[in-house]
Design a binder for this molecule. Sequence first.
Ligand SMILES: Cc1ncc(C[n+]2csc(CCOP(=O)(O)OP(=O)(O)O)c2C)c(N)n1
Length: 1238
Amino acid sequence: MNQCRLRSLVRMRRWGTDHHILARLALRSIQTSSRLDGSAQDLDSFASGCSASYIEGLYNKWKRNPRSVDVSWDELFSGNERTKRHPIRSTHPRKYRRPPVERTALKARLGERTASGGGASPAPSAPPSDWKNIDDHHTIQAIIRAYQSRGHLAANLDPLGIVGPQKTTSLDGSQRQAAREVLRQHYSYIFGDLNAMFKLPSSTMIGGDEEFLTLKEILDRLERIYCGSIGVEYMQINSLTKTNWIRDRLEKPGGLDLTKDEKKLILERLTRATGFENFLARKFSSEKRFGLEGCDIMIPTIKEVVDTATNHGVESILIGMAHRGRLNVLANICRKSIADILSQFHGLKASDSGSGDVKYHLGVFQERLNRQTNRMVRITVVANPSHLEHVNPVLLGKARAEMFQRGDTNGSKVLPIIIHGDASFSGQGVVYESMHLSDLPNYTTYGTIHIVSNNQVGFTTDPRFSRSSRYCTDVAKVVMAPIFHVNADDPEACIQCSRIAADYRNEFKKDVVIDIVGYRRNGHNEADEPMFTQPLMYQRIRKLKPCLLLYAEKLIKEGVLTDAEFKGMVANYDKICEDAWTKSKSIKSIRYSSWIDSPWPGFFEGRDRLKLCPTGISTDTLKTIGNIFSSPPPPEHKFEMHKGILRILALRKQMVQDKVADWSLGEAFAFGSLLKEGIHVRLSGQDVERGTFSHRHHVLHHQSADKVVYIALDHLYPDQAPYSVSNSSLSECAVLGFEHGYSMASPHALVMWEGQFGDFCNTAQCIIDTFIASGETKWVRQSGVVLLLPHSMEGMGPEHSSGRIERFLQMSDDDADVYPDTCDADFVARQLMNVNWIVTNLSTPANLFHCLRRQVKMGFRKPLINFSPKSLLRHPLARSPFKDFNECSSFQRLIPENGPAGKQPDCVKKLVFCSGKIYYDLFQERDDHEQVESVALVRVEQLCPFPYDLISQQLEMYPKAELLWAQEEHKNSGAWSYVQPRFDTALLKNENESRCVSYHGRPPSSSPATGNKVQHKNEYKAIIKSIFGELTPENKKRLEDKIKEQQAKAKANSGSKPTPPAKGGSSPAGKGDSAGKKRSGSAPASSIAPTGPAPAAAGPAPRKPSISYPSRPPRGESAGKKRMTSAPGMDSAPQDSAARSPSRNPASPAHDGVSPSTRDESLARRRPGSAPAPSPTTTASAARTAPPSTASTKSSTVRSPSKLEFIKRKPSRDPSVSKSKTQKVPQETPVDPTKPEP
Ligand SMILES: Cc1ncc(C[n+]2csc(CCOP(=O)(O)OP(=O)(O)O)c2C)c(N)n1
């Protein structure tokens, strides 16, 4: 080696030759050169294959210090002299070994290549044979890589042979599957000298202990592994550890071999799978069962996963699946009694309540000994609606919750398995959404095993028309899951895949997919004719032997078992089915509850389900939570805070000192107190950590350190339950499904999903309809999941305005025409228990607090849909004093009028019922219109179940008032269509009643709200006018004076120009600051400033309350005299508390079930003789006329009463609750507030 050679190498690089390639060539040359003995030619050839820059670097180093490089380089650079004295081969025999390539073969190949013009031109001075040698090795490496990456394209996956690889004949006459699609530019290479020997690169394990293989052997092995019955996609995984792991499992010679016993076991399981379908087909030939025939191997495949996973220590396996093969899974995986399954075919009546579901949707929960592994395993198949794939997130949520409960922090105890159909896997968006949860810290299930029962058809549509991707599983590549496609007619390959998949999940805790490619022997269901649409496919299918027979023949041929043994196996299972059939005939009724997938042992037992426990908490607890929630992290955390957050915390702290709570504090009190009581609280949804409207700030971020956060609610009490708050992926369907699943796992958790804006729940509609609204009715399964859906018209456009109250109310199943038995002492709890869900539109932080706590204090679980406010998050009037949270307080289903009008009900001209944010608008407008004594405002906080008892009380209390329903939504939206018939029912109960309720809201519209602010305001004005009429000149004068007075005060206070008060709820709660500034009402000193570029503190002076108003004074006190600066219903003067106690104030009976006196009062009025007893069936005879409307409203309306029914009570949906249970004492024992907290 000399300067001249080096210069030539450097020149090579400058010519543009990629020096990285050269470096690789150099290294390869060093590894493989077996003969670097000092001859000029070998040195040349060696150098010409080296990286010029690498050698140049070494050379420069050597020039500075010859000892700084390896002795071999020293010898090389020193020239021939020393090389001659110390031949490299003798001193370093291992360093430069060339693989034993036959020279003749090389020459032949070189000739071929040169003739065909292929191959790179060698460096001018290198002998062509060495370049060829390097090139050949690269080609072999590329071929190996081609099989690894694309071998699946030529795999033999389709048992029908429709999608089959084309065979190619090699030079030696052997048939090869690897087509151009796989080998691409290396395709022609397989026609070369197949006996040539190559050293195997480290990127393959096909050699096992052998370092060198002939080309033929390399190709044979690769074809067997990658183009046989398994086609694996794994090279998309960007982790070398994982790809190497898979390579190792697939490629190692003998790694996939099965023993005779294992083969026999597969056959036995296959016999059961096929035997079960055959048996059902025989007995119920025309019944829909969505059989598995054609993919029968799915059962042994799942079973193998169960075995392998339990061997790894998994204790609970959760399965989510659709219709196909479901009964088979119940029978042969869960080992649900076959007699019970067959009884579903007998058309029996259910002995418990509910609607039930078709047999191929039912869930099961089985705890059994897995005989194969001798370990106990719990197997759950989650009940499933018709809507394909939507069970996926539900299952994942349930699995995650189970992990949480077991303290399983890495998924080693709980395994989710999802079984998909091929068409639905690729077609349903929820699959993609769910996949994206797989690696998110608060949603991961540490790997899910996906099994596709791929029968190559979806109903009547074949894959060419149902997807654009090659495989139905391509969606799984978004999470880099390895995907094993496998021919369903090769049982051993299927089992090998399931073993690898279960091991992979155990090893890496990541998703993995097994795509079992089979066919569907019958139509979509057993009554369908598949030849209508798939004639050619079904001609083939008719000719195919079932997989069971094919495999049995194979094993008999191999001598694994005899024909007689196989027949015995079949007969044996048939007998099991026949015996179960006989047993099933003795079953006379079914119980929906025996198909429950989420039993809650210990929750219902010994519990009085109708007991509503108190929800109030002590002031000490409020203070503790309030102080921690309003404090920055302790100094020892050295946590760098955002200044805006510090301001927010300071304002929070001020509120705690003032003993008043805004929305976020009320919410924190609910969460914190439950955590204290050991209830796990979980809040999930888009941007919930801060809160879309920047009001929550549960997760504080260190301003100069990444991923350092502080969650105050995690630091309340040393023994508190864990709090989980997490921003979710931008998905509604999967995330809501996940949270619903999470809530199913245990009753001892408060699980909430918050929509960013209410009607984004549109994109989760399927979960809402099929799981949340109807889950309990169909599957006897309870869930206390909470949906928080921001709702209200703030002039923010259609989608951001509405949480679609009307839809939830329309789906609720309390009967609009039946007046319930409100005399029942347990009326409130029974009504809650019997309804499918609770719908609330709350207006105070305290009511939110009680409502959330009630969720876990009830003796049953019920979904709660709460329409959360937007502007009320910061509305100065939407605040609650601490006393509304204490032990004497409780949830108010209805908040009655507490002002002057409530004190003199006989003088009230209008009784306005409303719900949610509009109350605050009406409150303000009533003041502006100076009608505080003539108009009573009543808030219906709980819309469903409808508080008939409290509504009736209000109707009775204001006998002369005109009745109005006010809503800001359009007439076909909001609660009107729900409340109207219920008001009628309540009114018709009283024979002397001739009034009805008129509508005051926006006219009907197909859009939830206008996007035009002017229109929004005009619509608002029309509503106000229809309720209060025009402002009189006196009203206007008073208002002007008030504004002037405020402006003067503001000027005196801040010197800045005040913003005129905004009414009509225009944009008060946007994400940023501007929204927060535009508030109707006033902002007391303690109001929370919105965060954002310009906090409210820096904005215009907040408006003072425009109305002062006594809150619930004792009856008889002159109305409207006492003044206070807090919100209605809020009182900071301690001496008033007794006066405002519900027991002392007949006008405020709404504290549910906590005030015994209220209850007594209500009962007294309902006792026979004291109130008209509800007649079983009453027909409304007289049509009523509407009371005159106060103003020219476009939209007021009167409903003609329909035929209404009065029955005593709906049957309980809970079988364990005795229907005759009526005289229970009201639930709560009032707690002594003076006592310290336990
Ligand atoms: C969301 C949804 N869309 C449509 C249907 C109607 N449907 C029921 S089964 C089926 C075909 C499903 O095909 P595939 O996923 O391949 O499963 P297979 O029935 O073939 O096992 C269709 C379209 C449904 N149940 N759910």
